[in-house]
Design a protein around this ligand. Structure first.
Ligand SMILES: *[C@@H]1O[C@H](CO)[C@@H](O)[C@H](O)[C@H]1NC(C)=O
Ligand SMILES: *[C@@H]1O[C@H](CO)[C@@H](O)[C@H](O)[C@H]1NC(C)=O
Ligand SMILES: *[C@@H]1O[C@H](CO)[C@@H](O)[C@H](O)[C@H]1NC(C)=O
Ligand SMILES: *[C@@H]1O[C@H](CO)[C@@H](O)[C@H](O)[C@H]1NC(C)=O
Length: 391
């Protein structure tokens, strides 16, 4: 199966009309934390542009004075990214067991951060943001909240995928935040792509969305998720070898460049992954990536004929990566379908303070958060780096 047909199938699924009832669920992140044997808390902060964000915290069991650490999730995801694989694997628990005060951010628009001072999520105004605003406003607000709450001078930051893009936005556009970050660990950082996707269908969809940014403000993938949930419940079970192979093939085809390899996701976790995702996304989050891909630049959102109003210039300004003076650690997955090694290497060449650059050759995009081997392959190294520099 080619990527083309896969996406056509996905879009067709999305177009299937179903009557859905929202069944309100409790806070799954707090449930995950408590079922792992830890104590969770919910904190709230408001951004300068009026979004209320929920921040999850794992209360430290030991108090040895380590500084706080913020974990920031990727696109269509939540704080659960760093908890799903459970207490023996997930990085949030590893850090907590080592005395860190772990805070898990939730970006605007994800299912935990849906409030705004004025707008509701039904209004188009609410969805007028890309990962630029998530970096510029949300990550700033979360950082300030955590520093104030803990009275720490600095904190560590660990981000995945879109979380890393937003962190690069924050540290380049508000350079004063560099002195608040002791170490920034970026897993699968999408900034420069340097290699275009092969699928024309994906391209066409993104191009269409980019042209209609003003009309289509957000996508609600709830329906698609509902179907995906049923499919994964049915086929992603290891009691039927054939259907499990199909499940593995589908997941690897979306996220990996090599769909014959082993799936490193624990089979007991697999059927539940979709439950923990967040179905709504601002279209600008997608088209901002698309625009950068086409321009082969890492720059602000292209408002086209309205650029002048936003930037006093006909083209969007580049993010000035040489302003990122905080120590950065970069991790790239060799089989990542969304990010190329050239792209990350180029990012590395533009960042002035890269402490480590590592390519995990046989990993795919999602292995950073879902691989059952992630402690051995990566998390223990991150912990080691965090512990190495005292403050
Ligand atoms: C998913 O399965 C449930 C029962 O398990 C069913 O009620 C629902 O209609 C199914 N939804 C879809 C989209 O297939
Ligand atoms: C990746 O490589 C490591 C070490 O060579 C191996 O243990 C692991 O099984 C490989 N993973 C996959 C998905 O092939
Ligand atoms: C806009 O740019 C022009 C020329 O680059 C400059 O003279 C002017 O001061 C700028 N205006 C604002 C509001 O920044
Ligand atoms: C980018 O930032 C560096 C460091 O502050 C500065 O020297 C340089 O002039 C900036 N470049 C642009 C294009 O603004």
């Amino acid at each position: 199966m080619k990527l083309n047909s896969r996406f056509v199938v996905l879009i067709l699924y999305y177009c299937v009309t179903l009557t859905l009832q929202d069944n309100p669920e409790g806070d799954q992140v707090l449930q995950l934390i408590s079922s792992a044997g830890f104590q969770g808390e919910a904190h709230y902060t408001e951004t300068d542009d009026g979004y209320e964000l929920k921040i999850h915290r794992i209360v430290p069991k030991i108090h040895n004075g380590r500084e706080p650490v913020i974990l920031m999730h990727g696109l269509l995801a939540t704080a659960a990214d760093f908890l799903i694989t459970g207490p023996d694997i997930a990085i949030a628990y590893l850090l907590s067991n080592n005395g860190y005060d772990v805070y898990l951010g939730n970006s605007r628009g994800n299912k935990y951060s849906t409030k705004h001072r004025i707008y509701t999520t039904d209004s188009t105004e609410y969805w007028r943001y890309s990962w630029h605003e998530i970096g510029y406003f949300d990550l700033a607000a979360i950082t300030d909240y955590v520093l104030k709450k803990t009275t720490a001078q600095k904190l560590d930051f660990i981000a995945f995928s879109q979380g890393t893009t937003s962190l690069l936005v924050l540290l380049s556009s508000r350079p004063e935040y560099n002195s608040k970050i002791r170490q920034a660990h970026l897993m699968a950082p999408p900034a420069f792509r340097k290699k275009l996707p092969k699928s024309q269908v994906v391209f066409s969809v993104l191009k269409f969305l980019d042209r209609h940014n003003d009309e289509i403000r957000f996508w609600d993938l709830k329906r698609l998720f509902r179907i995906g949930k049923n499919i994964s419940k049915t086929i992603c079970r290891d009691n039927d070898l054939l259907s499990f192979r199909l499940c593995k093939f589908l997941i690897l085809s979306v996220f990996s460049t090599d769909n014959r390899r082993e799936l490193e996701i624990e089979t007991k976790v697999l059927p539940h992954l979709i439950n923990y995702m967040s179905p709504r996304v601002s279209v600008m989050q997608l088209t901002h990536y698309y625009q950068n891909m086409i321009a082969n630049k890492f720059r602000q959102f292209d408002y086209k004929d309205k650029n002048f109003q936003h930037y006093n210039s006909t083209t969007p300004p580049d993010y000035n990566l040489s302003k990122i003076t905080a120590p950065v650690y970069l991790y790239h997955a060799g089989n990542d379908r969304f990010i190329s090694e050239e792209g990350v290497a180029y990012l590395r060449s533009l960042l002035p303070n890269v402490q480590e650059y590592r390519v995990i050759s046989n990993w795919s995009h999602i292995d950073f958060v879902y691989s059952k081997y992630s402690r051995d392959v990566l998390y223990n190294n991150i912990l080691h780096a965090l512990l190495a520099v005292s403050y």
